[in-house]
Design a protein around this ligand. Sequence first.
Ligand code: ZN
Length: 255
Amino acid sequence: MALVHDRCICLRKFEYSETSQILTLFSRDHGLLRAIAKGAHRRTKAGASKFDGGIDLLDIGQAVFSHDPSRDLSTLTEWSLREGHLELRNHLRSMYLGQYAAELLSFLVEEHDPHPALFVALEKCLAELSTSRREEAFLGFELELLRQAGYLAELMMCVLCHQELSDREPAAFSPARGGMVCRSCLPQVAQTMPFDFRLLRLAQGLLRLPRVDGSIQRLPRLTRHQSDPINRLILSHIEHTLGRRMRMSAYIFEK
Ligand SMILES: [Zn+2]
């Protein structure tokens, strides 16, 4: 069995028996994988533990694991923590956004399909979530995740007639069609969400910003009045596309 070394971010964890964990890891060069960390909570008599005392959500570590894409579960053999995100864990909103980013990624990316640029983008996003730029950092990552995973909704033009969307006429988003629908086409589509054109212009502007190594650069400051409706639109698109609910969304939006 081949053992590989890779930098990983822990996206999900499940305590398995008293001593072990089953983890969903996003590795830089091997993509998404599920791994068992046997004895993660076991300590030697000297107090040392095999995986730095267990692996937590969003921890970033240098890992060694068995790599065989034909098997469901890899075995983690070594883990040394590189970034435990203490600052992020001190701020509830930051932690929720980080966990939401992890949840979205774990469903939008195929297992064993490497996305090194997305890895770098997530690592950067997690670092920025503990700062006052958390809202724009999250939204920038979310758009990039959709783009790199091939799930970006059509926000630039009407998804039906491909005409540009006018600022003077109401347009709406159709989760079923995966994009914006112009006023003329609206009668053809059953369920749509009205979407403010200023926010649409803002989202279009974000998608046109320069990107370096898969991360959007020069993100403007955003308030939650701006980012929440865009995040909601993206959530409805993702939930419709995947046919499942995102658990963390309940913690992201105010009721
Ligand atoms: Zn149209």
